[in-house]
Design a protein around this ligand. Sequence first.
Ligand code: ZN
Length: 338
Amino acid sequence: MTERGRRRGLPLLLTVLAASGGLLLSGSVVAASAAPSPSSGQTASPALDDCEPGDTETLGARTLKGLDGVVRGPEPSAATAEAYERDLARRVAAGEARLAPGARGDGPRRITVPVYVHVLKPSTKAKAVSRAKIRRQMKVMNRAYAGKQWSKARSTRFRFKVKKVDTTVNRSWYYATLGSKASREMRKTLHRGKRRALNLYIGAPTERGGLQLLGYATFPQRAKKKLTLDGVVIHKDSMPGGRFRGYNKGDTAVHETGHWLGLYHTFHGACGKKGDRVADTPSERVPSFECPRGRDTCPSPGVDPIHNFMDYSYDRCMHHFTPGQIDRMRKLWRVYRR
Ligand SMILES: [Zn+2]
């Protein structure tokens, strides 16, 4: 099939980053316009609810570019990211990133994250994601965080172990998209464990109009404030062997968990100085789709980090975190999740 033909076959997904509570919700959540998809028909505005002021919820999402035309949604606003960074700086200054007394070296070599898997079903009759598929997904995550998707990748200290799997039949939760009331309700009800526990929700997040999201996640800064909303949501078809061609090797969970551990997109802040707050990821003006090797969209040194897990490339194209990202995840873990 031609490249164009292959692209046409992809579901049209939307690039969105949202926060409820005013920072992002009011104004900066937009549905980028794109060529209509034969299946989904139109580009829709995300269904988002207003929250009380101060109830900020920022979520990172990974989405597909399905058709011709650039589909790009908003990033966390500069104000949201600034607020997050200020909170981090304040806590680091207060000593919250320090190692526990008696810790040797630079801390534990391994951090095993307990994972509560919440499988959503739209109806009683619908087939739930199998345990075998969940195991394959965990394997992909553990390989990715161990630096095993690429010979030059470095290992992070994080590994993931399923603690419990539960299944819930709830149609609106199954389709719940970021920032929606249903999503918040789902997380409030099903969330288990403490700040160090990863709650992984598996459904089919779909915007009004049929746009499907690969996944979304909350940032760690959020966990200290509203733990029950903390977690990662992935589309079942992003899991290994799922229907989303190009995006069905399980790297969406890797990417979303990257947000959950405190990483921004590599294209965050575009070509600006601060970028994604990580020094060794070259800046990037726009997300990468598919696998545009050698692409370079910013005047600063370095080609675009299209192989980084925090970009939007095809799963087969993304394969590592940089040492800077690995350090950032560890630092934020100490401050927000231990
Ligand atoms: Zn993302």
